[in-house]
Write a protein that binds this ligand. Structure first.
Ligand code: PGA
Length: 248
């Protein structure tokens, strides 16, 4: 089974540091021969994306690029927006849409996200669609219905789903694996079994094997722990070991 390791660098790294980490990862890829059953996807900040894409291209790397967001149109009177078509041209194969930090800080709702999904697809980008409930919604027993609702309108157009409970993001407190497994089963039923599902929220080298071993789980989306060479490569190595074991 193919495993996805999505490294969401958020706004953690400068352009120079992003390039440096990409160069180190390319050397790691060559030495460790990653890439057969593990798909590594880097999501650098917008300003670093082209430079990171160039590093990967020059090294003929199999590592892919995701943009962290995109706008609903390729061109026009949209001050401050990022064109999906130009992201594709700059070297992105994927785009994250609906990350909780965009929903929360950017006020992005389901209607806007559906437009972004459509524009990104039209530009030839693959969609990593992020969903997740708040702590209050979970405590009220509404987590499954909230997350199903977030997926419903876009499910036929997405390539990868990332379940990220909001309260588990950046806190060092991941969800209990059995609760993630329950949600992934709900999502697999809603979206169809062939859409790969990633877990995100305080994934680290210590817990990654646990999450990757869950049913209906094809990968992880990592923020904090993806922004340093040591922890990201430890996570990739763990994923590779699991893939090798599941081939035996
Ligand atoms: P985290 O972030 O790994 O720092 O919790 C995950 C994410 O927001 O994608």
């Amino acid at each position: 089974m193919k495993r996805y390791i999505v490294a969401n660098w958020k706004l953690y790294l400068s352009v120079a540091k992003s390039v440096q980490l990409a160069q180190q990862l390319v050397r790691f890829e060559r030495a460790q021969k990653i890439g057969r059953d593990v798909e590594v996807i880097l999501a650098p900040s917008m300003l670093a994306l082209s430079a990171v894409a160039l590093v990967l291209k020059q090294a003929r790397s199999k590592i892919k690029i995701a943009a962290q967001d995109c706008w609903i149109a390729d061109e026009g009177a949209f001050t401050g927006a990022t064109s999906p078509r130009e992201l594709r041209r700059a070297g992105a194969s994927f785009v994250l849409i609906g990350h909780s930090e965009r929903r929360q800080h950017g006020g992005e709702d389901d209607a806007l996200l559906a437009k972004k999904v459509a524009a990104a697809r039209a530009a030839g980008l693959k969609i990593i669609f992020c969903v997740g409930e708040t702590k209050e919604e979970r405590n009220a027993g509404r987590a499954h219905s909230i997350v199903r609702g977030q997926v419903r309108g876009v499910k036929s157009e997405i390539d990868l789903l990332a379940y990220e409970p909001r309260w588990a993001i950046g806190t060092g407190l991941p969800i209990e694996p059995h609760e993630a497994a329950q949600m992934h089963e709900v999502l697999a039923k809603e979206a169809g079994n062939d859409v790969p599902i990633c877990y995100g929220g305080s994934v680290s080298e210590k817990n990654v094997a646990q999450f990757l071993s869950l049913p209906h789980t094809n990968g992880v989306l990592i923020g904090t722990a993806s922004s340093t060479y040591a922890s990201l490569t430890a996570i990739i190595s763990n994923a590779r070991k699991l893939s090798e074991r599941s081939l035996v």
